[in-house]
Design a protein around this ligand. Structure first.
Ligand code: COA
Length: 257
């Protein structure tokens, strides 16, 4: 598939996905969402990709939201919401870690996209918010749920109901982002941390993501997930290798089985 709205670069086993509609502040139109869906499938399927970064092109914006100009053409709000929810859940459940490098505005669907990633780094000029209420809407791509999970009910309700934005410092204080880095260090820092993770057993990475995600899943018992995930790791060759490497006082060489 050729992409009109994003470009891809691979650094070792890390796929860097850059959303590319800078003249529209990388707003998510239908075409871009389809392209992102395709890329997420590639992240799941490709044996050469162990983790990914999502960022926006330019120095001003990560993503300024869903493309508002397409809203009036859409007939069914449930389908608009569902399409985004399915894609962002796929990102959240990806067995391979995905970091959002928030390089500016992360508003509406942009904030929702960043929140669906496993964690977030942001530049000092990053701006977060769910301004949908100013359009007579509410977030439909998971914003009401993930913002509440990440920053707590009272703060989430404040920002969802006022539509006010908040800056990178506040996002750090609220626990929405892990770190603030200068804009030109965002990707290198994400690569640095993903290179550490990529050396671990991919079974452990996948099972950790699954177990942590299940903490937020009301239909599953996270402790039970942890039990089976631990068992899966415990019987893997990677665990044998990791334990033996410790005893041999050498670095483990994990193979993912
Ligand atoms: N959907 C579609 N187009 C958007 C967009 C969005 N969410 N956000 C920005 N754009 C477009 C603007 O229409 C403008 O296009 P134009 O040059 O063809 O007129 C271009 O991107 C630049 O945006 P502009 O508003 O001129 O930049 P700014 O620096 O003055 O303001 C924002 C930046 C982010 C504050 C402002 O663009 C904004 O409020 N965007 C919408 C945010 C939002 O409500 N998101 C939630 C959507 S559900």
């Amino acid at each position: 598939m050729t992409y009109n709205n994003l470009f891809l670069k691979q650094e070792q086993e890390i796929l860097i996905v850059t959303l590319n509609r800078p003249d529209k502040l990388n707003a998510l139109n239908i075409e871009l969402m389809k392209e992102l869906q395709d890329v997420v499938a590639t992240i799941y399927d490709s044996k050469n990709i162990r983790s990914a970064i999502i960022t926006g092109n330019g120095e001003k914006s990560f993503v300024a939201g869903a493309d508002i100009s397409e809203f009036l053409k859409a007939k069914d709000g449930k389908i608009v919401a569902e399409n985004g929810q399915i894609l962002f859940s796929k990102i959240e459940k990806s067995p391979k870690p995905i970091i959002a490098c928030v390089n500016g505005f992360a508003l509406g669907g942009g904030c929702e996209l960043a929140m669906s990633c496993h964690f977030r780094f942001a530049s000092p000029n990053a701006v977060f918010g769910q301004p949908e209420i100013n359009l007579g809407l509410i977030p439909g791509w998971g914003g009401t749920q993930r913002l509440t999970n990440l920053i707590g009910k009272a703060r989430a309700l404040e920002f969802l109901l006022t539509g006010n934005n908040f800056n990178a410092e506040k996002a750090l204080q609220f626990g929405l982002i892990n770190y603030i880095f200068p804009q030109n260090e965002l990707i290198p820092k994400a690569i640095e941390i993903l290179n550490i993770i990529n050396q671990k057993s991919s079974i452990c990475v996948e099972e950790t993501i699954k177990a942590v995600n299940n903490f937020y899943d009301k239909d599953t018992n996270g402790m039970v997930t942890e039990l089976y995930s631990f068992e899966k790791c415990f019987k893997s060759n990677d665990a044998k290798e990791g334990i033996q490497a410790f005893l041999d006082k050498r670095k483990a060489n994990f193979k993912g089985h």
